[in-house]
Design a protein around this ligand. Structure first.
Ligand SMILES: [Zn+2]
Length: 71
């Protein structure tokens, strides 16, 4: 059985619930509840984070590039 390749992971900080409406309390002039929408800081409201593999490869690439430039 093959592993399915996941293009993106669910954000661990918000479990995919990247934005939430927060009731501030009180009502405005029209009688509507005052709310703000908060976005997850980790995924910036997308609910997913890049695959770890890609992050590691990017880090490795920059490390090797730096090493090579010193010679
Ligand atoms: Zn998130």
């Amino acid at each position: 059985m093959q592993h399915r390749h996941a293009p993106a992971r669910i954000c661990p900080s918000c479990d995919g619930f990247a934005s939430a409406s927060i009731t501030l309390g009180g009502r405005d002039r029209n009688g509507q509840r005052r709310t703000i929408t908060a976005h997850c800081r980790t995924c910036h409201g997308t609910g997913t984070v890049p695959p770890l593999r890609r992050l590691l490869e990017t880090a490795a690439d920059s490390a090797f590039t730096r090493q090579g430039a010193r010679r």
